[in-house]
Design a protein around this ligand. Structure first.
Ligand code: PLI
Length: 461
């Protein structure tokens, strides 16, 4: 059972400062869960031992990033940190024009408002919660064109983030290219389990969209992790650096929204980056309405400096190997314990298949939400639901019922150790052993937007 997993690498950093965390008792956790309505988003961080809620804004910054914070130029207009960030975005990603935003959804809001008209169709490789909501609020309709394998947690297909060009072509034929403002293409598809898109698929997508005059907008939140899988799995890329691969990915797209809180190793920040001057001009005007002046977009100068340095670190080969390596380490431990997880193991976390883990709980009794609560109860490890609660409701009020009903164990970058990974796997294995005794839940409060953040639940007796 507990045979050690072979490994020939270690983290390319050493620890200079630590943050103390504390273990709670089972009784304290029971109370905390009740107060939080069995929603891990509503737990207080002080009650959490190992926090795998998200990899968003939870990474550890480097000494260089912290030093960069001291170089913050807090001028309202024309901060030197903005120009540094602009230069880095051009150098690393290749996009011509930059609009900083407070985080990813700020960029999604602006982009959706500019490009989407009422009645438009936005095809994409699986939805993401905030991305789809902004597309809908702008009057558009999201259509999933990811390959079928992405919806099957057991499929070992190496590029489950790929776009099915036949599905895309059907949409173009049905609605006409003029109804499709862009294809929403994410690297490291979050809701599929952090699954990559291949370079070949991107090239094919570029060719197809060019022919039809359709833009490709890149959700580049986790582009470096995607690049790692291309380097490891795709023919012709083994000898290329992560930086080279990242730049090539971006070169097949027309613009991007970025939540820098993930790949780019900062606690806050994001941006919209485009190659088209007209879109840039409109975005530069709109950002002053929703975020702040176009040279800070809701961020402090020091935040932009930390982001500029973080982007550089995020495309380091040693960094990404250790980052994804840690995720794979945890996933392999889970597999050893017989825990059903999404395969292949993705870039930013382990996604446990709650339908297989708790087959006796129907989807409308929230197996993934239930499992996240049970894991917290067992060990104070906080995970999150990525299933029917996250999927929300359609415009007509019906629930979206995703095939994937998952609990996400998201690994913050450069934060936890291998021993933490062992504790997480052991706790999950303990819950797995008593899975048959676990009962589902009912939702007792449902907010209108992005319900997974604030919904409340009760245990079914
Ligand atoms: O949380 P934001 O607003 O900085 O970014 C929104 C966002 C956009 N795209 C993708 C793929 C995301 O993963 C994303 C945010 N993800 C969160 C918060 C997460 O926990 O996965």
């Amino acid at each position: 059972m507990n045979k050690p997993i072979k490994r020939s690498w270690a983290e390319p950093y050493k620890i200079k400062m630590v943050e103390l965390i504390k273990m709670t008792s089972p009784a304290e956790r029971r109370k905390a869960l009740q107060e939080a309505g069995y929603n891990t988003f509503l737990l207080k961080s002080a009650d959490v031992y190992i926090d795998l809620l998200t990899d968003s804004g939870t990474s550890a910054m480097s000494d260089r990033q912290w030093a960069g914070m001291m170089l913050g130029d807090e001028a309202y207009a024309g901060s030197r940190n903005f120009y540094h960030l602009e230069e880095v975005v051009k150098d690393v990603y290749g996009y011509k024009y930059l609009i900083p935003t407070h985080q990813g959804r700020g960029a999604e809001n602006i982009l959706s408002k500019i490009l989407i008209k009422k009645g438009d169709i936005i095809p994409g490789n699986m939805y993401f919660t905030t991305t789809r909501l902004h597309q809908e609020l702008a009057g558009g309709k999201f259509e999933d064109v990811i390959i079928d394998e992405a919806h099957d947690s057991e499929s070992e297909y190496p590029f489950k983030g790929n776009i099915d060009l036949e599905k895309l072509d059907k949409l173009v034929k049905k609605h006409g290219a003029e109804k499709i403002p862009y294809v929403s293409m994410a690297t490291s598809v979050n809701m599929a389990g952090g699954q990559p898109i291949s370079m070949q698929n991107l090239k094919d997508l570029r060719k197809y969209t060019k022919k039809h005059g359709i833009r490709v907008i890149h959700d580049m939140t986790r582009v470096a992790e995607n690049a790692y899988f291309i380097q490891q799995r795709e023919k012709g890329y083994a000898d290329k650096t992560i930086k080279e691969i990242v730049k090539e990915i971006c070169s097949y797209t027309d613009g991007a929204t970025m939540s820098a809180k993930k790949d780019a190793l900062v606690n806050i920040g994001g941006f919209l980056a485009v190659n088209d001057w007209d879109v840039f001009e409109e975005a530069r005007n709109m950002v002053v309405v929703y975020e702040g002046l176009h040279t800070y977009g809701g961020l402090a100068g020091r935040d932009m400096e930390a982001m500029a340095i973080g982007i550089g670190e995020s495309v380091g080969d040693d960094h990404i190997k250790a980052r994804v390596g840690q995720v794979i380490y945890l996933g392999e431990k889970m597999i050893e314990y017989g825990v059903p997880i999404v395969k292949p193991i993705g870039g930013h976390g382990i996604f446990v298949d709650a339908k297989q883990f708790l087959p006796h709980i129907p989807q409308d009794m929230y197996p993934a939400q239930t499992l996240a609560a049970e894991i917290y109860q067992d060990s104070g490890v906080r995970t999150m639901e990525r299933g029917i609660v996250s999927a929300g409701r359609k415009a007509n009020g019906d629930n979206y019922c995703p095939k994937l009903e998952l609990v996400r164990f998201t690994i913050p970058r450069r934060v936890y150790t291998q021993a933490h990974m062992d504790v997480i796997a052991e706790s999950t294995a303990r819950v797995f052993e008593r899975r048959e005794k676990i009962k589902g839940m009912k939702m007792i409060y449902e907010p209108k937007y992005l319900r997974f953040f604030q919904a409340r639940f009760e245990k079914i007796k």
